[in-house]
Design a protein around this ligand. Structure first.
Ligand SMILES: C[S@@+](CC[C@H](N)C(=O)[O-])C[C@H]1O[C@@H](n2cnc3c(N)ncnc32)[C@H](O)[C@@H]1O
Length: 215
């Protein structure tokens, strides 16, 4: 019914049942999670009234247990929230939303899992997670509408997490699995970089890094 990206995010919620969708916009993720991922309660959060009303409208025909909140980040999540989803934004904004909470309200301390899907700056997002004791427990890469999307699942741990540059760049779980979509992404990046026919050291280093991964 919904995009592959939304369906894959919803699958990663299990075994948990209480979610908050930060930046819910159309509310599709919430609908998909109730219909196919056994979710029993959700908070639909957006900091703009237009998107929040669109979620309300799309959800009105269902009788799901959803509270709508016009608020920023996770400031208004309930104490029993198990999973927070933040998707379809930049990695720096996602990091800021998490960081604002960790330095102020600390509501995320009670949350069991974060599911994050950044449209850009995944390296910076992973680095931020590492520096804030979030361990990446799963990752998915999907290809849809000519774009690759990376989904990161993480949980807060007590011990220090250390990822290598390669793991931050490619994703520790994606790197371990090297599935077909991951490899085709590397190949398509390699084709683009080689087409540049550039003498720049930066481009050469990038080509080198990518080739090492698939050889
Ligand atoms: C591009 S949409 C993504 C919608 C949906 N999450 C998805 O993955 O398809 C981003 C949404 O996040 C909302 N947003 C941006 N910053 C936010 C914040 N700090 N707190 C809550 N919502 C935010 C925007 O208003 C917008 O509706």
């Amino acid at each position: 019914m919904f995009s592959k990206r939304i369906c894959e995010i919803a699958k990663l919620i299990k075994p948990y049942k209480i979610i908050a969708d930060v930046g819910c916009d159309h509310g599709y993720l919430i609908i998909e999670s109730f219909l196919n991922s056994d979710v029993s309660k959700a908070i639909a959060i957006d900091n703009k009234i237009g998107p929040l009303n669109s979620a309300k409208k799309n959800l009105e025909k269902y009788n799901f247990n959803v509270r709508f909140s016009l608020s920023s980040g996770v400031s208004d999540i309930d104490d029993d929230t198990e999973v927070v989803v933040i998707s379809g934004m930049g990695g720096l904004l996602i990091s800021k939303i998490i960081s604002d909470d960790l330095t102020n309200n600390k509501k995320l301390y009670n949350v069991k899992r974060l599911i994050l899907q950044a449209n850009r700056n995944n390296f910076e997002l992973r680095k931020f997670l590492m520096e804030n004791n979030y361990q990446i427990i799963d990752e998915k890469i999907i290809y849809e509408d000519d774009k690759y999307y990376e989904i990161i699942v993480c949980e807060r741990v007590n011990e220090k997490i250390i990822y290598t540059f390669e793991e931050l760049y490619f994703g520790p779980m994606l790197l371990k699995r090297k599935d077909d979509i991951f490899i085709s992404r590397i190949n398509s990046e390699l084709i683009k970089l080689k087409k540049l026919n550039s003498d720049s050291l930066e481009v050469k280093e990038k080509i080198d890094r990518l080739e090492k991964i698939i050889c």
